[in-house]
Structure formats: structure tokens, C-alpha cells
Ligand binder design. Structure first.
Ligand code: IVH
Length: 745
């Protein structure tokens, strides 16, 4: 194609361009008007690509109405929030026959009619969107958002080839048409395979990928993924054009819009339940994923009469299907080592078709679960796929087991060593994103698998968002010892990245200049990210996303955090509380030995309370639940230890110094308050706590320096003194108002 273009004369190019435009237009028509494409998507792309190439080379023939321009012209710059004319509701869910029948019983009672007609429709597992057509023309596409308003994603939705921009036949003046954007399983797998090769994070399921796609800012990126859409419901419509749900389905089809392949119009709830069963059998052949059926009252007038709650219509209900399962055999149980060193067992399965894709691996979570479900190598197992990429093993069938199959023993399976680096493993309690409960852990922080895991995590979207540096690429960089700790990635040159071989010597797969350039730009951009992101990205044990955020808001930079007064206070306080509990004069576990001991403990308790109060007063910031003693110990230990010191040194050398977003001073910073009388709702200690947390001081006596006197009922001499000195007196409501941000008068 490229070579042909190069040798063309201008006249040849002009006629080829005209021919291509006509072809593309015809295929567009076949694709969405008639829903009968004559060529594959790939062939269509080839045509469009050739056209774009010619238009670029012979720019004198470029034209704004060329099909190649349909996307580029509509680019959205960020998303604008737009109100829906009619609220987008969600649906109540039901999970069994009785609940579906109860829905009917409620409606029959409400409408005082027993004989109700319904439609049963597939519940599409996609992303809800509302399209506005004015005088038959698509003017806007908005996500559901919060129901009353969503993001304007018009430019992105316009790239959906099966969606006509003009309705066929007569159209109302304004109509909101609702439906679902989705990706086919095949397209989902194509994109994920592409991402795996580029070392990018994989999407968990087609729905997430569709949602991620629609949120892309650049419509040309969206156009590269073949989004699809089906429409099934009506929002605002002026004038009204349909009188029933079946009528709506017909009307949508007549307008040329993509609709579900089948709806089941039924009379009565028995027939509705039967239709749900039929659909469950038929739905595997649908183009989109379905997670249930929707039962809707057919008559629009009755729908209106039934009305809606704040959340969902009373005239419709969703029934959720059970997730898909399949049976297959466990060939082997292999062990993966994650970024924290946790050894996770994975079932290697005889390939089996499940929910539209071939499954050959399933997660087994941990050894306890294998025991509990009694899964052994060679077993027939039932696996379930509930949207995740890696399906789960539900159960085994011990009755079909080959006699003598041994119980799975993880430690024995790996010979008591990390299968990647050969270091010691230990049984530890874990609770993080990777594993829960008791697990075996590789004890070597410098294990290749851990390093690669940490690097991939460091670059992931949630962390520093250095796109293109996950999975395969991260593993390769670590394997070649180009990266030990994640920040070493800044030392890998553009050339080294560009020529990185992700394949083998016989079958090389070169990472390439384009990917490498992207990474270099992304890692530069990451330097400016705040402390909270960097802290999260460095995989400090016990520090998850929200903890990192809280810590990032309370420290100026890594050096302040590494030696954090706040964290030391948290630890100290926990120790004091523990002592107080252990040495309580009333302790049942550890009762006082004699009267003298009891007295000593009483004294000590007072001391402890004082020490705790002093600690808290010294903090000047409130400590959220996220920052507890476990986090404090782990963080201080990490930055005082070899890995943390190494990381901090590296950041210094690189000149990277992420800044914390220390919360601005509290509402009462620099102010002294005096309390008097009884407050209507707050206890004295609570009010004091709040003042301290907001940066203020509490004093026992009123002077000219007092900023406010917080007065309640039966306030005595302090109130009089405040009045005499002209110190402002506030009540509890004003006090709380100031804390919430109101200005103090
Ligand atoms: S009707 C007021 N029909 O499921 C009517 N919704 O869990 C509400 N959904 O928000 C929608 N397939 O995004 C309807 N055939 C279908 C549907 C469907 C999928 C989605 C829709 C809704 C969500 C509720």
C-alpha cells in the first residue's frame, strides 16, 4: 500500500481518493444502516488507512468531509458535565425466582391490575450512556454519571461505527435514547493481548475496558478500539412517540439504531420467568456480555402510574444470572511470586471454553484455600468466571479422583525455597491487595520476581502512570539487571529501551523507539507527582493508596516522613495505651499482686493519661484511622532499613524530591479558646479535641489574648470576664460552623 502510494501521479491519486471515499461511505452504510457489513473490520481499516495515507501525501485533495476526518474534527478537550433532561435511573436487582415474583405482586397491588404484560430483555454488561437526538440528529452523548448529570462524551461516541448520526424516518423534536456501550469478547482480547505485549496493565473485563475507552480524551484513540452500542430505553421525549416497551424496541429499530437481538414480550409473571430461562440458554451467542435479564412493564401508561423511587423505577427489575462455570482438569499447580514476595498457587488447567474465552489457568489464592476446597493435581474441578481475567476454582470432585493423589503441599512443591531466587521462604500473616490470610513469602527483598513486581507497580496507572512499563518489559529490565529498585528506571537510556528485546534471540521482539520515547516522556512527567503518589509507588509495606494519601498530606517530603514525628507519636501512644491496658489496676488477665501494686498502677495510669494528652496536643494535626501503629512502625522501619535508605539515596541522586500537600493550617491555628458552661451536644473533651485538631489552643482562663470564649448553658464568671474584655463569645453552633469553614465574625 505504501509503495503503491509513493509512485502515484497526482491525477491517479485524485481518482483513487474519490474511489476510496465512496467505498468507505458504502461500507459505513452497510455496517450501521443495514447491520450487514460486507467486509471485515480489518479490511475496512485497510481502506481507511490507504485513504488517510493518500490524503496526507496529496494534501491538495484533503477535505473536511472525508470519512477520515469524522473523528479528528470532533475531538473533546476534557469532559464537560451535562445535565440529563430526565434522570438516568438504575435498576433494583433480584437473584431468585421468588424475588422476581414478588416484584410482580408489588406491581399488581400498586396498579390494582393482575393481568400485566412485560418484556424480558437482556441486561447488557456495559456502560450506560444517554444519546440526545434533536430533529433526528445526534447532538450529544452523556455518561450516566451521578444519574442527574454525566460527562459529555459525544466525540468519543461518534466514533462508534454502528451508531447512525441521523435517525431514519420521522423523528421527535428532542429525544434522549439510553443504552449501553460495550466491547465484544474478541475485541477485548485483541486489545489486552496488544497491551500485554507492550507491557501495559491489562483490563479486568470488557466492561472496564469499554469504560476506560470512553473516558479517553482523544477520540482518535477511541476510534482504534471497536466500541459497540445497543439502545433499549427512553429518557425525555418530546413529543411522546411510543406507548409501550415493545413499541419502543420497534421504533428504535425503525430509526436504524442498534438494538438487542431479541426481546421477549410476555403476559404474566410465569411467562416472564420462563423467558428468563430461555434467555439464559440463548445469551452466550449474543455479541455483548450479559449479567442478567431485565423485566419491564410493557405499557408506558402503567409505567408512569407505577412511578419510581429515588434510585430505580418501580416498573422494572433486573434478575442477575449466576456466573458461568465449566469443568476441566488440573494439570499442575504452579507458583507465582508477587511484588511483596507472596507465593501464589495457580492452577494450570486443561483448556476449556468458558464465557466466550478459552481458559487454561485459574487462581487458587493460597494454600489454605486449596486445602479447604481439597484441590489436588489431576482433579476434575469446577471453575467460575465472574468478570475477572483469571477465573477462580470453585470446587473439586474428590469422588472422581485418581486413587493416591497426594494433598497439595506448597512448601514441598517449591522445595522450601523461593521458586524464583532460591532464598528462604517463611509463613506469614498477610493482608494486602495480593493476598489475605496466611501465606508463604519469599524473604529476599531483592528477589527478581519481587523487583519486577515492584517495578511494574511503580509504573502502573494508580502509581506513577509510566504507561507501557508493566509485565513483560519490567521483567526483562530486571532480568538484564538494568533495574534493581524502581527508580533505577530513570537510568535506562532511550537507546537501551528502544532496542530492548522482549522476545528470544531466535525470535526477537524489539520494544521499539516509539514505545521507548513514550516511557521517557512519562517518567519525566512523573517527577512532578506529589509525595503521596511516590510513597504509594515505592511499595512500602502496609502503605496502601489511602494511607499514602493521608501521609502525603501530613509530611512535606520524604526526609520528613522517614523521620516522622507524627509516626513516632502514633507508635508511642499505642505503646502507652497497651501499657495502660496491661497494667490496669482492674486487669483480670494481669491482676495487681497486692495493694501496693494496685496503688502504683493507679498512679501510673494518671501519668499515662497525661503523657497521651501531651502527645496529642503536640501533634497539631488530627490522625486519621489509616495511620495506626502498624503503618507507623512499618513506615519508620522501612525508611530506616537498607531498602528504604537505598531508595531515598537514589531519589537524591536523581534530584527527585516529591512534595507533600500538607493541609493548610487548621481553622484555629494561632487562636486560643476558653470553654465555659455546658454545651448542648459536645462534651468538654470533644470540644477540646476539635480545637486542638484544628490547630488551636485551649486555655483555662480568659484574658485579652483569648480569641474566643466558647460558652454553653450555665456559663459563669468566664463569660462575664469575656464580655468585660470584649472577647468574642461564640456558641456551639457557631463553633462547629467555623470548623466547617464558615468565617468567624
Ligand atoms: S433499563 C429506567 N434495560 O443496567 C430504566 N437497563 O443495573 C433503567 N442495563 O442503569 C434502565 N441492560 O445501565 C435497562 N436492557 C436493559 C439494560 C439496562 C443493561 C443497565 C443500565 C442500568 C443498569 C442498572
Amino acid at each position: 500500500m505504501g509503495r503503491k502510494t509513493a509512485r502515484m501521479t497526482s491525477a491517479e491519486a485524485q481518482s483513487r481518493i474519490a474511489a476510496l471515499r465512496a467505498q468507505v461511505a458504502r461500507h459505513d452504510e452497510l455496517y450501521y444502516r443495514n447491520a450487514k457489513p460486507a467486509i471485515t473490520d480489518f479490511e475496512y481499516d485497510v481502506l481507511k488507512h490507504e485513504l488517510a495515507e493518500l490524503e496526507a501525501k496529496f494534501s491538495q485533495f484533503a477535505s473536511a468531509d472525508s470519512p477520515t476526518q469524522r473523528v479528528g474534527d470532533d475531538r473533546a478537550q476534557g469532559f464537560v458535565e451535562v445535565a440529563h433532561r430526565q434522570k438516568m435511573l438504575s435498576l433494583d436487582n433480584t437473584y431468585n425466582e421468588a424475588e422476581v415474583r414478588a416484584f410482580h405482586t408489588r406491581l399488581a397491588k400498586l396498579l390494582e391490575v393482575d393481568d400485566l404484560h412485560y418484556t424480558v430483555e437482556p441486561k447488557i454488561d456495559g456502560l450506560a450512556v444517554s444519546l440526545t437526538y434533536e430533529d433526528g440528529k445526534l447532538v450529544r452523548a452523556v455518561t450516566r454519571g451521578k444519574g442527574d448529570r454525566g460527562d459529555d462524551v459525544t466525540a468519543n461516541v461518534r466514533t462508534i461505527r454502528s451508531l447512525p448520526h441521523v435517525l431514519q424516518g420521522a423523528a421527535p423534536r428532542v429525544v434522549e435514547i439510553r443504552g449501553e456501550i460495550y466491547l465484544t469478547a474478541a475485541e477485548f482480547e485483541r486489545i489486552n493481548a496488544e497491551r500485554a505485549t507492550a507491557g501495559e496493565d491489562l483490563y479486568a473485563n470488557p466492561r472496564n475496558l469499554a469504560a476506560g475507552t470512553i473516558k479517553q480524551l482523544d477520540a482518535t484513540d477511541v476510534a482504534r478500539r471497536k466500541l459497540e452500542i445497543v439502545l433499549y430505553s427512553l429518557g425525555y421525549c418530546e413529543p411522546e412517540v411510543v406507548r409501550s416497551q415493545t413499541g419502543l424496541h420497534e421504533q428504535l429499530r425503525a430509526w436504524g439504531l442498534p438494538v438487542v437481538e431479541r426481546i421477549w414480550p410476555v403476559r404474566g409473571i410465569d411467562a416472564a420467568w420462563a423467558a428468563i430461562g430461555e434467555m439464559d440458554l440463548a445469551r452466550r451467542s449474543f455479541a455483548y456480555g450479559t449479567d442478567g435479564a431485565v423485566v419491564k412493564l410493557d405499557d408506558r401508561e402503567q409505567q408512569r402510574a407505577a412511578g419510581e423511587t429515588a434510585k430505580a423505577p418501580r416498573w422494572a427489575v433486573a434478575y442477575k444470572f449466576k456466573p458461568d462455570t465449566a469443568r476441566t482438569r488440573v494439570r499442575a499447580i504452579t507458583i507465582q511470586v508477587g511484588k511483596t514476595g507472596v507465593l501464589s498457587p495457580v492452577a494450570e488447567l486443561e483448556p476449556v471454553l468458558l464465557a466466550g474465552s478459552t481458559i487454561s489457568r485459574a487462581t487458587l489464592h493460597n494454600e489454605d484455600e486449596i486445602r479447604r476446597k481439597d484441590i489436588r493435581v489431576g482433579d476434575v474441578v469446577e471453575i467460575e468466571k465472574a468478570g475477572e481475567v483469571i477465573p477462580a476454582v470453585l470446587r473439586s470432585f474428590p469422588e472422581d479422583r485418581i486413587a493416591g493423589a497426594p494433598e497439595f503441599d506448597l512448601r514441598a512443591a517449591v522445595g522450601g525455597k523461593c521458586p524464583v531466587c532460591g532464598s528462604a521462604i517463611a509463613r506469614v500473616e498477610v493482608a494486602d491487595d495480593e493476598a489475605q490470610g496466611v501465606a508463604w513469602k519469599c524473604q529476599n527483598y531483592d528477589c527478581r520476581a519481587q523487583r519486577a513486581g515492584r517495578l511494574g507497580f511503580f509504573c502502573s496507572r494508580r502509581a506513577l502512570s509510566i504507561d507501557g512499563l508493566g509485565g513483560v518489559v519490567a521483567a526483562r529490565l530486571v532480568e538484564l539487571e538494568l533495574v534493581k529498585d524502581p527508580p533505577d528506571v530513570y537510568d535506562v537510556s532511550l537507546e537501551t529501551l528502544a532496542t530492548l528485546n522482549l522476545g528470544t534471540t531466535e525470535e526477537p521482539r524489539i520494544f521499539g523507539e516509539k514505545n521507548a520515547t513514550k516511557i521517557v516522556a512519562a517518567r519525566e512527567a512523573a517527577k512532578a507527582l506529589p509525595l503521596e503518589k511516590w510513597l504509594y509507588a515505592l511499595s512500602v509495606p502496609e502503605v496502601g493508596e489511602s494511607t499514602a494519601r493521608e501521609l502525603g498530606r501530613r509530611h512535606r517530603n520524604f526526609s520528613e516522613l522517614a523521620d516522622s514525628a507524627l509516626l513516632r507519636s502514633v507508635l508511642k501512644k499505642a505503646e502507652l495505651l497497651e501499657e495502660k491496658d496491661r497494667e490496669s489496676p482492674h486487669s483480670k488477665k494481669n491482676p495487681p499482686v497486692d495493694e501496693a501494686d494496685r496503688e502504683r498502677r493507679k498512679v501510673r495510669r494518671v501519668e499515662i493519661d497525661r503523657a497521651i494528652a501531651a502527645l496529642e496536643a503536640g501533634l497539631l494535626v488530627d490522625v486519621p484511622a489509616d495511620i495506626g501503629p502498624v503503618v507507623a512502625a512499618s513506615t519508620l522501619e522501612f525508611f530506616a532499613g537498607e531498602p528504604g535508605l537505598r531508595l531515598l539515596a537514589k531519589l537524591r541522586v536523581l534530584g527527585i524530591d516529591p512534595q507533600g500537600s500538607v493541609v493548610a493550617a487548621g481553622r484555629f491555628t494561632g487562636k486560643t479558646l476558653v470553654l465555659t458552661g455546658t454545651l448542648p451536644t459536645l462534651k468538654r473533651e470533644e470540644a477540646e479535641q476539635k480545637i486542638l485538631a484544628a490547630g488551636g489552643k485551649v486555655s483555662g482562663s480568659v484574658s485579652k489574648k483569648t480569641s474566643y470564649v466558647l460558652a454553653g448553658e450555665d456559663a459563669g464568671s468566664k463569660l462575664e470576664k469575656a464580655r468585660a474584655l470584649g472577647v468574642p463569645v461564640i456558641d456551639e453552633a457557631t463553633f462547629l460552623g467555623i470548623l466547617l469553614g464558615a468565617e468567624a465574625e
